[in-house]
Design a protein around this ligand. Structure first.
Ligand code: SME
Length: 151
């Protein structure tokens, strides 16, 4: 079973939406609720697509210097350029990784899509190697799909 209880996070997002929370609130709620699942969720970043750049609009966990990432750059930019979610079990093994800190061991990027359009992504850093099994990835995708409807 996945560590992340996606249904609870989605319920919190729907609750916020019903209370007329704006985009910033929804994105912050998603970041905080996912991170609250605990290990392996070390830090959660919500990067949204603005033209050909990803812009950090909310996060929970460690701060990052990467507040704007061009499409095609790093793991995050590769997800948008290829249209594919990225599950990197060991960030030390890839050449296009943009490091934020010395402790991160793995990274998961799940795209937020509305139909064919990419709105942004949920980017998760973990200090644990290879923690994102298919059920864990599916849980994050549930949250991304809910955000696509509510944003
Ligand atoms: N590691 C990412 C950059 C974003 S930070 O992890 C918050 C990348 O390679 O695109």
């Amino acid at each position: 079973m996945a560590v992340l209880d996606a249904d609870r996070v989605v319920a919190a997002l729907r609750g916020a939406f019903a209370r007329e929370a704006g985009r910033a609130d929804l994105l912050r709620t998603a970041a905080e609720r996912i991170r609250a699942a605990g290990a392996p969720y070390t830090s959660v970043y919500l990067y949204m697509l603005h033209g050909d750049e990803l812009v950090l609009e909310a996060f929970a966990g460690r701060e990052t210097d990467h507040t704007r990432i061009p499409v095609g750059t790093g793991v995050c930019g590769t997800a948008v350029a290829t249209g594919l979610d990225q599950n990197v079990p060991d960030v030390r093994s890839i050449s296009n990784y943009l490091a934020c800190n010395a402790w991160t061991r793995s990274e998961l990027v799940v795209l937020i899509r509305r139909g064919p359009k990419i709105l942004g992504q949920i980017d998760i850093d973990s200090d644990v190697p290879n923690p994102f099994a298919p059920d864990e990835e599916a849980a994050v995708r549930k949250v991304a799909d809910a955000l696509a409807v509510l944003l």
